[in-house]
Design a binder for this molecule. Structure first.
Ligand code: PXL
Length: 281
């Protein structure tokens, strides 16, 4: 069985980060080891959330794994709360990346630079942090920022609308210049009816895109769902483009399902009811 490690926070309430990655990736048949970076009472969109920083636990945990010869087929990072945590993730990348062998591929490094949306950084983040995150992104095989995060990574102004395909292709090329092999930008809107992703593979020099009908409501946590499905699909042996498409389809289905649930909450999508569909793909 494939084993991945995901490094991100636990938001006890909020349907994001580890409470999304664990159920989705495990259900896709992949062992999901976790390294929690912090425990929050809720995600940071709630007022008054508690935040227990776990930075001091990261090295003892990973050192113990070393003594047990644990390794991973992929390492997937999400929300990271400090410069020090980014440093520690880079250390884990270098210590736990195993080379291709007869039975396993090289450890895949997958970075979701969770820090911003809708043109704004999340509470607690700064432009300087985004520039530091760009260095981590440069060490990844795959990154999946939304357009806001892509703009912060490149330290360019965020454009909400009025851009064209060439503008996004340029952003993809500039992100690839950071050093990342495959780059995805989510939340691309080239016309008012459609929303989707565009991607670039610097090895094949190929661009691709996948668009859906734009839905009227957007929800928190969909980026984490997207990244988790991508990760699971890649570990199942799907191609990069198949994984990107499956993740987009799952997010859209989850949003549509949520809107049919009269009791849905305001902080996350009901991806749970779409899991049977995902597992059939
Ligand atoms: O979904 C990204 C995310 C993850 N973790 C925490 C967050 C957010 C987004 O706001 O606050 C703690």
């Amino acid at each position: 069985m494939k084993r991945i490690l995901t490094i991100q926070d636990i938001s006890c309430i909020g349907k994001c980060s580890l409470t999304v990655a664990l159920p989705i990736i495990s259900a896709m048949g992949v062992e999901t080891a976790i390294l929690p970076t912090a425990v929050l009472s809720t995600h940071t969109m709630f007022k008054g959330f508690t935040f227990r920083d776990l930075t001091q636990d990261i090295t003892p945990i990973s050192n113990h794994w070393k003594t047990q010869n644990i390794n991973f087929d992929a390492i997937y990072t999400g929300y990271l709360g400090s410069y020090e945590q980014i440093d520690l993730v880079e250390k884990i990348f270098s210590e736990f990346t195993t080379p291709t062998t007869e039975t396993a591929n090289k450890t895949l490094k997958f970075v979701d630079p969770c820090m911003a949306d809708n043109g704004k950084l999340y509470s607690g983040f700064t432009n300087e942090f985004a520039v530091r995150m760009a260095k981590l992104a440069g060490k990844a095989d795959i990154i999946v920022p939304n357009l806001t995060e892509a703009s912060f990574l490149l330290d360019i102004p965020y454009k909400e609308s009025g851009y064209d395909e060439k503008y996004i292709k340029d952003i993809l090329l500039r992100l690839a210049d950071l050093g990342t092999k495959k780059v995805v930008v989510k939340g691309v809107c080239l016309n008012e009816n459609e929303l989707g992703i565009m991607s670039y593979d610097s090895e094949t020099k190929e661009f691709s895109s996948y668009f859906h009908q734009k839905l009227s409501t957007s929800f928190h946590g969909t980026g984490d769902i997207y990244a988790s499905v991508c990760m699971g699909a890649l570990m199942q042996g799907k191609t990069f483009n198949q994984a990107l498409k499956l993740a987009a389809d799952f997010v859209v289905r989850s949003i549509k399902a949520t809107l049919t649930h009269s009791d849905h909450n305001s902080y996350g999508v009901d991806f749970e009811t779409e899991m049977p569909w995902l597992l059939n793909q």
